[in-house]
Structures are given as structure tokens and as C-alpha cells.
Write a protein that binds this ligand. Structure first.
Ligand code: BG6
Length: 490
């Protein structure tokens, strides 16, 4: 099976940080794949902007190297690569001064009638300055869109400042705050599953759902991102954005249409209904950890302090939380959230755990009756599994068994699952903001996160150590087991 490809209108994509890690690893390979599938047609340009003095030819050579490194060999085809490289240009700009802006303006003037996107693949401290200078040099036209990467700020106050600054140059419908988790296939599938089937919605509430789990586990450590990460920590890096966005999609009321405004209105209501966790509650409802040396990815690995060179850092690389939503649909349904680096497996999943049956008619020796679970696996191997009880096949007595109705997308459709950036980058050109965060959502998320961070700071307690390759501190297991529940395992 192949997927339907609808070409987008010609565009100019300007990538600030065009030689950086995100551009090389994600953005350029994603755009290449869209060209290879026929979605990017003639007349489009990709302009890498960086501080470096670099000719177009040198930028193309750098991109070729990146494609060789980050594409699967079977994805790279000579003629598509040549066509892709032809789209590339490089302009040297010092975003902190006026150097290079006129050249950029002159290049973009040649395509003034096209949709233009500025992708800010740079540190968040540069967002304000780039937007301001783009405005001053007349580049923020009505056809221009700006894409900013998370984190937007590091707390509510700084997020407001960034939003004000970007918003003073661009209107909200020109601003695309990217959360790449929303571009993942299974995340979008969650909406289709909920709102494209009659089956789930009547059960999607506290009468039938016992609890929800969201896990985003990584095997990697912080690697070379220690500088950024030590200031951020897992709460800001993963929970404020990716995990809360997933929670919103699980918990939101049905929007009246698949329209960006309608969906974002519903997500915002969920964020606003999150029960605050502060002081005393932070003790009971949150666990934070930091990895020590151990084993991961099949070998011995260093602890966080050795990896980053920061001794006695109080930064968490693991968080587990028990969140609650104060509304009719979700009263008394805990949402257990956890994320961490250097865990035993790379797995991201949402688990909807239904209530137990009220009464079993089966004899005791038939086996245990487990509560139904719906598991949405985001990665690896995207899948939806509905765990149900069935009769154990065979003649003789009545025995029951707990099995998944398993739908692995790769197997079912035989298509490559696109990288999240492939969809999101072109949604910007299409002007579709459904899978991007609106200003008020980002700020509402910080409003819930800030008191947790403040309670941790006030307590002064360091993160609990955990061995690399384990499922985090034992307190994270206690957090859910105290309530008579367990983390889902396949
Ligand atoms: C990023 C975080 O947003 O998401 C990283 O900054 C994290 O720390 C990454 O590793 C995880 O993304 P994915 O798509 O690999 O799960």
C-alpha cells in the first residue's frame, strides 16, 4: 500500500541554524523524503542560514553528508538527491547583528509571492532577536510563517516574554510552535480512534476508565546536550510539552470539527482543569530521579554527572507524576505520567486502563480476568493494541486468557511510518496549525508545571539516584503501586 501524496504549493523554507544538529539530523532528511515522494514540486527553495561563511555549493555538500548519515541507504536515490540539493542555498547571517540580513532579504525578494517559512532551529534565547530583525528588514510579510521549537521559555514568565516578542512581529496564525510528538502517527491516530469510531467514546470517562498511563522512555543519556539539559531537566524538556500534549488528546472533549481552533480550545480546557500540584502534594504525587552509571544499549554507560561534567547537579533525568483532572469526565481517574533517560527500553505509549468487570461468572480455575486495556504505542513499531479476555482455545474445561488484538501499522499497511517532522514541516506551508501549540496552551502548561518545580526547589531534596538501564527510582514504582496499580508491561 502507498499513501496519497498531495503536492504543496512552491515555498521558501528558511532554516535558521541551517548547519546545526536539528537541521542535519531531522529537518533536511524530512524535506528530502517529502521531495522524493513527490510532495515538493519545482520552484521551492530551502535556505540554510548560519553564522558560517559558506557557499551554496558547500552547503549542498554538507547536506549531502547529512543525508548519507541520517537516511536509510534504501531511501537515498541519486536523482532525487540531485533534485533536492538543487533546492538548497546558504546565506551567512549573524542574527545578533545586521550582518547578512540584506543578502537574505534580496534572495527572498525573488520569491516574494510564495509562502515563506522561517524555521528557528536555534537556541530559544535567539527567538526574540531573530523575529525582531526579520521584522526590521521587512521579511515578516503576510505570507510569512515562523516555526519555533520547544522549549518556549523555561517558566510561565519567560514563556510570556517569548510569546510577546514573537507576537509583536507575527500574528498568532503565523506562529507555529512545534511539538514534534503531535506529528507522530499514533498520536494523530488517537484522535481518529476516539472520534472516528462509536465504540470508545461512550466508555471514555470515569465510569469505565480506571486510570491512564503515559510513558515516554528513552535509552539514550543526555549526550552532547548537557549544557541545555542541565538547565532544563525532564520536567521542562518532556513533561511540559510532549507528555501534557498527549494527556490533552486523551482527555479532551470531542471538538466540533477537526479544525485547529476547535481542537486547541478543547486541549486548553484540559490544561486548565489539571489539579495543581504544590508543596505537600509534590511529595506524594511526584518522583524525580537522576541516572548513575549502569548498563544501557548493550554496554556500560556513565552516570549523569560524569557524562555532563556537572558534579552534584540537582537536574532530574527522570520524572514520574500522578496527575488529576478536575472535571466531570475524569474525576478520580489518575493519569500516571513518566519519562526518563537511560531506561531499559525506548518505548513511548499511552495506556488506557478500563475498570474491572463487576462480577465474574467463570469458575476460579478458569484463570484471572484482567481489566481491558487499550495501548497506543507511539514508538518503536507504532501500534494499537486492545487487550481483551478470550477463551483459551481447545476442548475440555473453560479457561480464559488475556490477549491483545494487535494492530501493528508497519505490518498492516506495509508502509514506512513518516517521521513526525515530515508532516509538521509541510503543515506549516499548508497553513494548518492543528498539530501545533497555541500561545495559551503553552502558557497554561507552564502554569501547572511551575508550582511543581518550585515545590522541588523549596524542598531542597536532590533527585533520587537510579541505575542506568533500570526503570527509574523505586519510588516511581511505589507511586503507582500505592494505589493498587502497576505500570503496564507487554
Ligand atoms: C526532545 C527532547 O524534544 O524529544 C529530547 O528535547 C528527547 O530530550 C526527544 O530525547 C525525544 O524525541 P523522540 O521523538 O526521539 O521520542
Amino acid at each position: 500500500m502507498t499513501y496519497r501524496v498531495i503536492p504543496v504549493a512552491p515555498f521558501d523554507y528558511v532554516v535558521f541554524g541551517g548547519t546545526g544538529d536539528l537541521a542535519r539530523r531531522k529537518l533536511l532528511p524530512a524535506l528530502y523524503r517529502r521531495l522524493r515522494d513527490g510532495q515538493i514540486v519545482g520552484g521551492s527553495r530551502i535556505v540554510g542560514v548560519s553564522r558560517r561563511e559558506m557557499s551554496d555549493a558547500e552547503y549542498r555538500a554538507m547536506t549531502l553528508e547529512a543525508l548519507r548519515e541520517f537516511l536509510d541507504p534504501n531511501e537515498a536515490n541519486d536523482s532525487d538527491i540531485r533534485s533536492f540539493l538543487d533546492l538548497l542555498f546558504h546565506v551567512q547571517v549573524d542574527v545578533e547583528s545586521d550582518l547578512g540580513w540584506d543578502r537574505l532579504a534580496a534572495l527572498l525578494e525573488e520569491g516574494a509571492d510564495k509562502i515563506r517559512a522561517f524555521y528557528l532551529a536555534v537556541g530559544p534565547d535567539l527567538f526574540e532577536e531573530i523575529c525582531r530583525r526579520a521584522g526590521e528588514h521587512g521579511l515578516a510579510t503576510a505570507k510569512t510563517r515562523v516555526v519555533i521549537e520547544k522549549p518556549v521559555g523555561s517558566d510561565l514568565k519567560s514563556a510570556r516574554k517569548v510569546n510577546e516578542a514573537v507576537g509583536s512581529v507575527f500574528a498568532e496564525d503565523q506562529i507555529f510552535r512545534i511539538d514534534h510528538y503531535l506529528g507522530k502517527e499514533t498520536v494523530q491516530n488517537l484522535m481518529v480512534l476516539r472520534f472516528g469510531n462509536v465504540l470508545y467514546e461512550p466508555l471514555w470517562n470515569s465510569a469505565h476508565i480506571d486510570h491512564v498511563q503515559i510513558t515516554v522512555a528513552e535509552t539514550l543519556g543526555v549526550g552532547s546536550r548537557g549544557g541545555y539539559y542541565d538547565d532544563a531537566g525532564a520536567l521542562r524538556d518532556m513533561v511540559q510539552n510532549h507528555i501534557l500534549q498527549l494527556l490533552c488528546l486523551v482527555a479532551m472533549e470531542p471538538p466540533d470539527s477537526f479544525d485547529a481552533g476547535a481542537i486547541r480550545d478543547e486541549k486548553l480546557k484540559v490544561l486548565k482543569a489539571l489539579k495543581p500540584i504544590a508543596n505537600g502534594d509534590a511529595q506524594a504525587c511526584t518522583v524525580r530521579g537522576q541516572y548513575r552509571a549502569g548498563a544501557a544499549n548493550g554496554g556500560a554507560v556513565a552516570g549523569y554527572a560524569e557524562e555532563t561534567g556537572v558534579e552534584a547537579s540537582g537536574t532530574e533525568t527522570f520524572v514520574a507524576l500522578k496527575a488529576e483532572i478536575s472535571n466531570w469526565r475524569w474525576a478520580n481517574v489518575p493519569f500516571y505520567l513518566r519519562t526518563g533517560k537511560r531506561l531499559p527500553a525506548r518505548v513511548s505509549e499511552i495506556v488506557i486502563s478500563f475498570k474491572a468487570i463487576p462480577h465474574s461468572i467463570f469458575p476460579d480455575d478458569a484463570g484471572a480476568i484482567h481489566a481491558n486495556r487499550l495501548v497506543l504505542r507511539l514508538q518503536p513499531d507504532e501500534a494499537v493494541q486492545q487487550w481483551i479476555m478470550i477463551k483459551d482455545p481447545g476442548p475440555g474445561g473453560m479457561r480464559v486468557r488475556y490477549v491483545p488484538l494487535d494492530m501493528s501499522f508497519a505490518e498492516a499497511f506495509q508502509v514506512r511510518s513518516p517521521d513526525a517532522y515530515e508532516r509538521l514541516l509541510l503543515d506549516v506551508i499548508r497553513g494548518n496549525q492543528t498539530l501545533f501549540m497555541r500561545r495559551d496552551e503553552v502558557e497554561a502548561a507552564w502554569k501547572w508545571i511551575d508550582p511543581i518545580r518550585e515545590a522541588w526547589d523549596r524542598s531542597g531534596a536532590p533527585p533520587k539516584p537510579y541505575t542506568a538501564g533500570s526503570w527509574g527510582p523505586s519510588a516511581a514504582i511505589a507511586l503507582i503501586e500505592r494505589d493498587g496499580r502497576t505500570w503496564h508491561e507487554d
